[in-house]
Design a protein around this ligand. Structure first.
Ligand code: FE
Ligand code: FE
Ligand code: ZN
Length: 277
């Protein structure tokens, strides 16, 4: 089963997003839990949530992949930025429980010169403070391109975070195709090798979702610029290999390509046509 969708605007509520998804033949989607630059989240509209939950169960949605704001940096060198990250994530996770059993994806953070080891420690500290035994959401660490001092470029860094978190059964990984290629994992020439490496270091059972983006930049350039599917340095052939790979079945795939809704509809159509099962 190909579970595919794209990033949608949350401004008109949950039900609106789900209907928009169905309108472009998607059966999952991503959205920002609040303004991507941070700030206060909209109050939960309980009627909207109820209608939404009914709608997605009727339309066989796969899990959704909510995205934390970009400004969230659990390993900043500024205590007030770390506190913002902690409070934002805690609040987001509380809100996620209105729509139970979904994914919440975040960028591990940038250590801003403190070093990866300190960065990883700070991320672990935050996760140990916000994860609770009774939460139904799975929190996903996103694989990063390694721009600036980003943590999460290597599978080993993600493994180190998971190892340090007490309730790590609440953790998974969201693999972003643009980011890993930019980060130095050659999914174009050696997809199997990259997946083996992921399995050896992290375990493929942790791979819960993917962001499918082509890249504007060459392999290993650490720039993180997404391109439309098939129009970048990764290319459509690799995307086809990914969606049809036996080890990557059923996981939600989210497009974060530079598109409006009709562009996403077109990419979803292309990928559904290239799906062999
Ligand atoms: Fe992201
Ligand atoms: Fe991404
Ligand atoms: Zn990106």
């Amino acid at each position: 089963m190909l579970n595919i969708g794209c990033h949608l605007s949350a401004s008109k509520g949950y039900l609106h997003m789900a209907k928009e998804a169905v309108g472009i033949d998607a059966n999952t989607f991503a959205f920002f839990t609040r303004n991507p630059r941070g700030g206060k989240a909209k109050d939960i509209d309980e009627k909207d949530v109820k209608d939404f939950l009914e709608f997605i169960s009727e339309h066989n949605f796969a899990k959704l992949v909510a995205h934390a704001p970009y400004t969230l940096n659990a390993c900043s060198d500024k205590p007030e930025t770390r506190e913002f990250a902690l409070n934002t994530m805690r609040d987001d996770l509380m809100r996620m429980e209105y729509t139970p059993n979904q994914y919440y994806n975040f960028h591990p953070g940038s250590h801003v010169g403190q070093g990866a080891e300190t960065g990883i420690e700070l991320i672990i500290k935050q996760l140990n403070e916000v994860l609770t035994p009774d939460m139904t959401t799975t929190v996903l660490l996103e694989t990063m391109a390694g721009k600036g001092s980003e943590i999460g470029r290597s599978f080993d860094e993600l493994r180190a975070i998971i190892d340090g978190v007490t309730l790590n059964e609440k953790l998974g990984v969201c693999l972003d195709t643009c980011h890993v290629y930019d980060g130095g994992y050659d999914i174009v020439n050696d997809l199997d090798g990259v997946l083996d490496e992921f399995d050896r270091v992290i375990g493929l059972d942790r791979l819960k979702a993917m962001h499918m983006n082509d890249s504007k930049n060459p392999f290993e350039s650490h720039k993180d610029r997404h391109e439309k599917i098939g129009e970048g340095t990764i290319g459509f052939e690799t995307m086809k290999n990914i969606i049809n790979h036996p080890k990557l079945q059923n996981i939600p795939i989210i497009l974060e390509t530079p598109n409006e809704l009709d562009g996403y509809a077109n990419e979803i159509k292309m990928l559904r046509n290239a799906y062999k099962k």
